[in-house]
Design a protein around this ligand. Structure first.
Ligand code: DOR
Ligand code: ZN
Length: 345
């Protein structure tokens, strides 16, 4: 098959995104709004977005940061805690919030207020199942005895399987899957389960973190895994299975906090997100599968309309900026200073 020199896609959405708040948020919203029509905005602010009222106020702040002339709709998510009141589910639904997020306490950036024991949230999960809200899960156990590379698999066995037994009709979006076990679990699950896959997990294995020295910009959670897992994720993303869809997990952190003795987890991919996915799909000989993964499966899963406008990608070399402004400081995008082969027009 010859590679096309131009690709037109229905405008994609990003089903997993971090935007932060304040000046940092204002610095990163334009990059996402340029490419995507909508994004699921993760609520792990400090303090987290735990109420419908906070989500509505945060949505207003994001909308105010969208550059004139661009249309971008933030889709809001509440951060589930051990103490989320059952009534919050109804308030969330009425406010247009689309999901709750599970951060197992201690799993990642700003997850201290997360859930310590899923049993404490059963009444809330029951209400979410009833109202048809999506439960987005960060699928890693937090037990420090479990090897960091095994935490996703342990989550499936110890948390996800029991959760789905208790709430078989709860929509569970398994976020940023990173292992062959997760890909297999999702592909064998019913339609209540979906999964997002990031560009970095499609393009890289864990060697990327250690190429000629520690590379903090390749450090995210869940961490990059072995090559066999990357291959399984590419197979899932390019399979045409509607349970797999685009979610960048673009997670901006100031450069000095990533290039640090205890560097923050997160890859900032928003400035070249769709281009990175195009590179991964092209390498798999599956560019024809990109549109469904990027633009159809996500809205279908969330029960939202597909976008009607389009974007164009052209085969053209360009260099990703090495550094960009980020509030008072700077940020380094993944692949900064490197040449990409696809460019969104
Ligand atoms: O790498 C990550 N960064 N993983 C997460 O789960 C959170 C995110 C962030 O907010 O920085
Ligand atoms: Zn995330």
């Amino acid at each position: 098959m010859t590679t096309p020199t131009q690709l037109t896609l229905t405008r994609p959405d990003d089903w997993h995104l971090h935007l932060r708040d304040g000046a940092a948020m204002a610095s990163v919203v334009p990059a996402t709004a340029q490419q995507f029509a909508r994004a699921i905005v993760m609520p792990n602010l400090h303090p987290p977005v735990t109420t419908a009222e906070q989500a509505v106020a945060y949505r207003d702040r994001i909308r105010a940061a969208v550059p004139a002339g661009l249309k971008f709709e933030p889709l809001m998510v509440l951060y589930l805690t051990d103490n989320t009141p059952v009534d919050e589910v109804k308030r969330a639904k009425d406010a247009g919030v689309v999901a709750f997020k599970l951060y197992p306490a201690g799993a990642t950036t700003n997850s201290d207020a997360g859930v310590t024991d899923l049993r404490k949230t059963h009444k809330v999960l029951e209400a979410m199942q009833r109202e048809g809200l999506v439960f987005c899960v960060h699928g890693e156990v937090t037990d420090s005895e479990v090897d960091v590379f095994d935490r996703e698999k342990a989550f499936i066995d110890d948390k996800l399987i029991p959760l789905r037994r208790d709430f078989p009709e709860l929509k569970v979006a398994f976020e940023h899957i990173t292992t062959k076990e997760a890909a297999q679990y999702v592909s064998e699950a019913d339609h209540f389960v979906g999964a997002t896959i990031t560009p970095q997990h499609l393009l890289y294995n864990r060697n990327a973190i250690f190429m000629g020295g520690v590379r903090p910009h390749y450090y995210c959670l869940p961490i990059l895994k072995r090559e066999e897992h990357r291959v399984a994720l590419v197979k899932a993303a390019t399979s045409g299975d509607p349970k797999f869809f685009l979610g960048t997990d673009s997670a901006p952190h100031a450069s000095h906090l990533k290039e640090h003795a205890s560097g923050c987890a997160g890859c900032y991919t928003a400035p070249c997100a769709i281009e990175l996915y195009a590179e991964a799909f092209e390498a798999a000989g599956a560019l024809d599968k990109l549109e469904a993964f990027a633009s159809f499966h996500g809205p279908d899963y969330y029960g939202l309309p597909r976008n009607t406008d389009a974007i164009t990608l052209v085969r053209e070399d360009w260099v990703v900026p090495e550094e960009l402004p980020f509030g008072e400081t700077v940020i380094k995008p993944l692949r900064g200073g490197e040449t990409l082969r696809w460019k969104m027009r």
